[in-house]
Design a protein. Structure first.
Length: 350
C-alpha cells in the first residue's frame, strides 16, 4: 500500500504538501480541513459504505478537480498495516466516540468500538512526525483519567510530546458550539514549535450561514426568521446508527433549535416554499453548512445516511486550524535534542 503515496508532493502556497494518512475519515470533514492546511492524504480509510462513497464522490467530482485527490480505502481499520506508510508527516483520525460519549454506556477501553489501541499500533509502525486524534468531550472526564494517562505514556515511549485540549468549533468560525476533545502528539524534535490555534472572531450565526438556502425558494418569511436565528446553534447530533432517523437529537437539543426558529423533529427535503408558515426544518445541505462543509460538498446515500455522516463529522474549519498549527511546527527547523518542553496533562507534567 505504500504506493498510494506516489502522487504526493503537490504544492500549495509555494510549499510542498505534507504527507498524511487518515483513519475513520467519515464524510471527509477532517480531510477537507487538513488538505486546506497543507496536507495531502496518501490514503483515507473508512469502513462505512455510505461515507466511503461520499469520499469517492467528491474525489471524482469534476467541479473540484485538483482537490481531494486522496485514495479511498473502504476497509476495516484493523486490517490496516501502519508499516505500509513510512515517512508520514501526520497520522490523523476521528476514532469512534461511543466508548466515551455521555449518551452511551461510557465503557471506554472495555468497548469493542474503542479504536485508540489500533491507532496507537499504527503510530508505532508508521512513526509519523505528528498525530491528530479527535473524540467527544466525554473522554476528558475524570472517569477516563487513567485511560488518557496510558495513551500519553504510550506516545511518550514512542518519542512524542502530547497535548489534550477541548476545542469548541465556534472558536474557529463554525455556527455551533460542538466541543471536541482533541489529542495532538508531535515527535520531540518538532514539539517546541507547536501551539494550539487561537480562537478567531465571533462565529457566524445560524441565520447568517443559512439565509441564502432558506431564501432559495422565495420564502417570504426568511428575513423575520433570520432575526430569530441570530445566534450559534447547539451541537448537531444524530450521527449514531442506533438513532431512529434524521432529526436534530433529543428533546433538549430540539428545544434549543426551536428557540432559533428551526423545527428539529426531522429534516426537510427542500428549503421552505414561498408561502411556508412556521418554523422550517433543516435540509442535509443546511446541516452540512452548520458543520462548516463547503457548498460544493456532496453526500452519498439517502437522507438518514447523509445526515448521519454530517452528524458524525469533524468540522473542516476546526481541522484546518489545528492542521495549520501542526504544519507550522513540522516546517520549523527541528531541534537536535529530544528534550523538548513537555506539556502538562491533567495537571501533571508528563
Amino acid at each position: 500500500m505504500a504506493s498510494q503515496a506516489a502522487d504526493v508532493g503537490a504544492t500549495r502556497d509555494n510549499q510542498t504538501m505534507l504527507k498524511s494518512l487518515e483513519i475513520c475519515a467519515g464524510a471527509g470533514g477532517q480531510a477537507i480541513g487538513l488538505e486546506r492546511a497543507g496536507f495531502q492524504h496518501v490514503a483515507v480509510v473508512e469502513n462505512d459504505k455510505h461515507a466511503a462513497a461520499t469520499l469517492r464522490l467528491n474525489r471524482d467530482n469534476e467541479e473540484t478537480t485538483g482537490r481531494h485527490r486522496w485514495p479511498v480505502l473502504e476497509m476495516d481499520v484493523h486490517e490496516l498495516d501502519g508499516s505500509d506508510y513510512p515517512g508520514l508527516d501526520l497520522f490523523a483520525g476521528g476514532v469512534p466516540c461511543p466508548p466515551f460519549s455521555i449518551a452511551g454506556k461510557q465503557l471506554g477501553a472495555d468497548d469493542e468500538r474503542d479504536l485508540f489501541p489500533k491507532a496507537l499500533e499504527i503510530v508505532r509502525d508508521a512513526q509519523p512526525k505528528a498525530v491528530l486524534l479527535e473524540n467527544v468531550r466525554g473522554l476528558s472526564s475524570a472517569r477516563f483519567a487513567d485511560y488518557r494517562s496510558q495513551v500519553v505514556q504510550t506516545l511518550e515511549d514512542l518519542g512524542y510530546t502530547t497535548w489534550w485540549q477541548i476545542i469548541n468549533a465556534s472558536e474557529h468560525g463554525v455556527a455551533q458550539l460542538r466541543p471536541r476533545f482533541v489529542l495532538v502528539a508531535i515527535k520531540h524534535i518538532y514539539a517546541e514549535g507547536f501551539e494550539w490555534p487561537r480562537p478567531v472572531a465571533s462565529p457566524p450565526t445560524v441565520g447568517e450561514v443559512l439565509y441564502s438556502q432558506m431564501a432559495s425558494n422565495g420564502w417570504g418569511g426568511v428575513d423575520d426568521w433570520m432575526e430569530r436565528a441570530n445566534a450559534i446553534g447547539p451541537t448537531l447530533v444524530g450521527g449514531s446508527k442506533k438513532h431512529g432517523g434524521p432529526d436534530l437529537g433529543p428533546t433538549r437539543a430540539r428545544e434549543a433549535w426551536l428557540a432559533l426558529g428551526v423545527d428539529g423533529r426531522g429534516l426537510a427535503n427542500e428549503p421552505p416554499a414561498s408561502d411556508f408558515v412556521g418554523s422550517p426544518r433543516l435540509t442535509v445541505p443546511m446541516a452540512a453548512a452548520i458543520q462548516g462543509f463547503p457548498d460544493d460538498w456532496k453526500f452519498s446515500g439517502g437522507k438518514t445516511a447523509s445526515y448521519r455522516q454530517v452528524g458524525n463529522a469533524f468540522p473542516p474549519p476546526v481541522a484546518e486550524a489545528i492542521g495549520r498549527s501542526i504544519a507550522r511546527a513540522l516546517r520549523k527547523k527541528p531541534k537536535q535534542s529530544v528534550n523538548a518542553l513537555k506539556p502538562v496533562v491533567d495537571g501533571v507534567e508528563q
